[in-house]
Design a protein around this ligand. Structure first.
Ligand code: FES
Length: 150
């Protein structure tokens, strides 16, 4: 089927199977490779994107199920470069180690911050608990999110 999505504010079209996971549509059709494949089972968060502003696991969403929703990826966030408070904070706290999970971590954190309300440490822990980091940089991730929210 012909799929057309709005990704980072621009149309992205491709002739694909309706069951194709959004992650592969973004990566293979759109060339947007910032969202990573980790587990493919919705368990690690490496593929996290935003669908209508909410964090979502792109490996678990078939493109055929999307109709008119706005999809945002780390590339959309990165277009704001170091103007985005999370990206500045990430750099300040030197969060990344191997870096593989970082785009998913940042997208989950961005969805939390976009709620526009005061954020507690418990909020950060709850919002980020589905994003795994094999390097164990959870403390720096938490500090960076809280710093960006301050
Ligand atoms: Fe999607 Fe792990 S690759 S949650």
């Amino acid at each position: 089927m012909m799929v057309e999505l709005q990704v980072n504010g621009a149309p992205l079209r491709g002739e694909v199977d309706a069951g194709m996971p959004l992650l592969w549509f973004l990566r293979d059709v759109g060339g947007l490779r910032g969202s990573k494949f980790g587990c493919g089972a919705g368990l690690c968060g490496a593929c996290t994107v935003h669908i209508d502003g909410a964090a979502a696991r792109a490996c678990q969403v078939p493109v055929g199920a999307l109709r008119g929703q706005q999809v945002s990826t780390i590339e959309g966030l990165a277009a704001q470069a170091l103007e985005h408070p999370l990206l500045r904070s990430w750099e300040r706290h030197q969060v990344a180690q191997c870096g593989y999970c970082q785009t998913g971590q940042i997208m989950s954190a961005a969805a939390l911050l976009a709620q526009g309300r005061p954020i507690s440490e418990a909020d950060v822990i709850a919002a980020m608990e589905g994003n795994l980091c094999r390097c164990g940089s959870y403390l720096r991730i938490r500090r960076a999110v809280l710093d960006a929210a301050a």
